[in-house]
Ligand binder design. Structure first.
Ligand code: GLN
Length: 202
């Protein structure tokens, strides 16, 4: 179940949505840009890219995305949040507190690595459900940290002692930017989740 042919939208309000679309298309997915909530219809999954979560929140207010996104998640269609997108998926955001979708049972602290480590690259481990732990290059940009994970949340990746990939059912969060390094392991895993969820619906 590769997910090739799935329709995986990328929320294109702000941030580096193009880079995600390139990776997903490279894996065979159809990848429409989502700028209006109505464009969520017909998608098998959605990526919420990194960027600046405060800006993303304002745009989600302006374009009335909150309820449609809640409904999309409630329908069981997978969502992959990276960096600011992971912040949006969380149930609690710190530094400072801010609105979030409350979809994943995680607490996330924004800009958690401080000024010295504003941006860095590191080798981390990733364990997709399809098996096999791999080492992948991870790019962190003013990254958040997952500081709490509820019992239903599974750690799929670590870097420097932190959980950097977490999954809860159809929801996947990465605190780094998997679209910026070679190898598409995390996106491939998300497409597998998307295909499995689509098969479950039909
Ligand atoms: N620091 C950003 C925020 O708090 C996230 C950075 C990113 O997405 N690369 O929203």
């Amino acid at each position: 179940m590769s997910g090739a042919g799935s329709a995986v939208g990328v929320l294109a309000l702000q941030g580096d949505f193009e880079a995600h679309a390139r990776v997903l298309r490279g894996l065979g997915a159809r990848c429409p840009a989502v700028r209006k909530a109505g464009q969520l219809d017909g998608l098998d999954g959605l990526v919420i890219p990194g960027g600046e979560s405060t800006t993303l929140i304002k745009l989600m207010d302006a374009f009335d995305f909150w309820e449609p996104l809640d409904a999309f998640i409630a329908s069981g269609r997978p969502v992959f949040g990276t960096c600011a997108g992971a912040i949006l998926l969380a149930s609690e955001v710190l530094n400072p507190e801010q609105r979030c979708l409350g979809a994943m049972d995680i607490t996330v602290e924004r800009n958690s690595y401080g000024r010295q480590l504003d941006s860095f690259e590191g080798a981390g481990r990733f364990r997709p459900h399809s098996g096999g732990e791999t080492e992948i290059e991870m790019v962190f940009i003013r990254a958040p940290r997952i500081t709490r994970m509820g019992a239903g949340v599974e750690a799929l990746g670590e870097c420097r002692g932190d959980t950097v990939v977490a999954r809860q059912g159809g929801l996947l969060a990465a605190t780094f930017h998997p679209e910026l390094s070679a190898g598409a392991q995390v996106h491939r895993h998300f497409l597998e989740m998307t295909a499995a969820a689509a098969a479950g619906r039909s």
